[in-house]
Design a protein. Structure first.
Length: 197
């Protein structure tokens, strides 16, 4: 069985409240419909970094590849919705990501570091929750899909962490720890919803 990935040492995210998976399993239609938009927004976020930092060749290549992965994930989740015979829904908005984005400092070079690390946090949290779903879903094909998606999001987390390390070798680890702590605080005050975040 696929194990919940160990979240990177540089980004010590707290485990999700155990009630999250219980709530998620009560309304899988909502979780899957939300998940489609998570994958779509991950692709858009990766492309937005290329718009902001076209002169950084490593970042451009990593983000183009990542956006490619995420659009493939959109296809996979869209097919899952069809297979389940469940409706898709419009994006309900994502105040988890919006709250994390408020932690991004306005000035360069801190802004780049923070954007990379906030995306690393979102990928890390997504990986953990997709792995929890992989361990809990009844449908065999859906379990396999979620296990493969969780592995991909771990790779994405690490690719953001590597870019953060290269962008700010002296400060990235301390800032990663700060943002991980801020995310734990944010989660502690959030309602648990049948959504990915
Ligand atoms: Fe993804
Ligand atoms: Fe991802």
């Amino acid at each position: 069985m696929f194990e919940v990935p160990h979240l990177g040492d540089a980004l010590p995210l707290v485990p999700s409240d155990p009630r999250w998976i219980e709530v998620a399993l009560t309304d899988l239609d909502a979780v899957h419909a939300d998940h489609l938009h998570c994958e779509r927004k991950a692709a858009q976020s990766a492309l937005s970094l290329i718009r902001s930092y076209p002169e950084r060749a490593d970042l451009v290549e990593a983000m183009a590849r990542l956006a490619h992965d995420e659009t493939r994930h959109v296809v996979q989740v869209a097919r899952l919705l069809v297979r389940r015979g469940q409706p898709a829904s419009y994006d309900l908005g994502d105040d988890y990501a919006a709250q994390l984005r408020t932690l991004i400092r306005g000035r360069e070079p801190e802004r780049l570091l923070d954007r990379l690390l906030v995306f690393a946090v979102i990928e890390g949290r997504s990986a953990e929750r997709l792995a929890l779903l992989a361990g809990a879903l009844e449908d065999e094909k859906a379990r396999e899909l979620y296990a493969s998606l969780a592995e991909a999001e771990v790779r994405h987390r690490d690719s953001f962490l590597a870019l953060a390390r290269d962008a700010a070798p002296a400060t990235w680890q301390a800032r990663a720890a700060e943002l991980a702590a801020a995310e734990a605080e944010l989660l502690a005050h959030r309602m648990i919803l049948a959504r990915i975040h």
